[in-house]
Design a protein around this ligand. Structure first.
Ligand SMILES: NC(=O)c1ccc[n+]([C@@H]2O[C@H](COP(=O)([O-])OP(=O)(O)OC[C@H]3O[C@@H](n4cnc5c(N)ncnc54)[C@H](OP(=O)(O)O)[C@@H]3O)[C@@H](O)[C@H]2O)c1
Length: 316
């Protein structure tokens, strides 16, 4: 088996945002990267980056996925990592989503990673490699008007867990990176669909939808750079923090299952939401830990984690 560092990594959705940053980040560190894009201009730009092989690939297109597999397998250099990054964002009141839009967002964000993982799994077992899915903090929490996008990212959480359980015995580790707001083209790329859905909101939701639409068009209020982050003063992070987490998931000897990345405010929001959910789950007649039992359980899990990290393994 050749060294992990010498084997290529495949990144989907490398034309912009996180995927583009990650492609350069990996190439700068001496890795050979297969980077996928859909538009000729993006493929040409990727071809200019040293150590990058561009591949024309839409994750909804099985024939293109098969062609990518044949090219990579045919080179005989193996494949160490698959980063399922390609994805689409979108907002809108739930009742405005038509079936085609709903199918499309699942097709790209959930079935895309499934098709890619299936296509490359044998190469990844041969290399004892890694799969890293780009999820979202929206895979753990949800917000008003983010329904279908966060539904796909919740599905990707379950997909990652199940895939990990099935592949770990064969030497392939699977992780999910869960970013908060990251500077990218996701908003611009999804704006047309988002506006159209708010436009077609029906009574009794139409009035509020029109207010949201108007707020999209307003000039953003001047807020000083050092004003604290809040729901209305979001501070998106650089894609660098996502690339760093993906790198850990790819190359750490014992990768974690989950890598939450983003600002402190975003991290707080997720942890508070998960604690509230845990307390809700605990609050039922059949099974209800007392406060002291909950604290003891937390201590027990922390101790197990410390023990595992001393031995170099991250507990699940
Ligand atoms: N930015 C954030 O705040 C944020 C937060 C959490 C998670 N994420 C996740 O990060 C990932 C990357 O998003 P981004 O923020 O970097 O957005 P982005 O700049 O819009 O990049 C999305 C990438 O996915 C590609 N893509 C879209 N549909 C595709 C398809 N059917 N087949 C193949 N490629 C496709 C796009 O290619 P084209 O240029 O050809 O459309 C582009 O390369 C997504 O999974 C997203 O959900 C983003």
């Amino acid at each position: 088996m050749t060294n992990a560092l010498s084997q290529p990594i495949l990144v989907t959705g490398a034309s912009s945002g996180i995927g583009h940053h990650l492609t350069k980040y990996l190439a700068e560190r001496g890795h050979s990267v297969y980077a996928t894009a859909r538009k000729a201009a993006d493929l040409a730009a990727l071809a200019e980056i040293e150590s990058v092989t561009p591949l024309a690939l839409d994750v909804r297109n099985p024939a293109q996925i098969q062609a990518a597999y044949e090219l990579i397998a045919g080179r005989g250099l193996g494949l160490y990592g698959l980063v399922n990054n390609a994805g689409i964002g979108a907002l809108g009141p739930l009742h405005t989503w038509n079936e085609a839009e709903m199918l499309e967002i699942f097709d790209v964000n959930v079935f895309g990673p499934h098709r890619m993982s299936n296509a490359f799994v044998r190469l990844l077992i041969e290399s004892q490699g890694r799969i890293v899915n780009i999820g979202s903090q929206g895979g753990l929490i949800t917000s008003k008007y983010y329904g279908p996008y966060t539904m796909t990212k919740h599905a990707l959480e379950a997909y990652t867990e199940a895939l990990h359980l099935e592949l770990e015995p064969y030497g392939v580790m699977v992780s999910i990176v869960q970013p908060g707001g990251i500077i990218s083209e996701i908003g611009a790329n999804s704006a047309a669909g988002t506006f159209a859905r708010f436009e077609r909101a029906a009574p009794p939701f139409a009035e509020e939808a029109q207010q949201v639409l108007a707020s999209f068009q307003e000039e953003p209020e001047e807020i000083s750079d050092d004003a604290p982050e809040s729901e209305t003063n979001r501070k998106p992070s650089s894609p660098e923090i996502v690339s760093e987490a993906v790198y850990q998931a790819l190359f750490s000897p014992k990768p974690k299952r989950h890598y939450l990345v983003g600002t402190h405010w975003e991290g707080n929001r997720v942890i508070h939401a998960l604690i509230a959910k845990l307390l809700d789950e605990n609050d039922n007649p059949q099974h209800n830990y007392s406060r002291d039992e909950l604290v003891a359980l937390l201590d027990q899990h922390l101790a197990q984690r410390d023990h595992a990290s001393l031995k170099g393994a991250h507990p699940r």
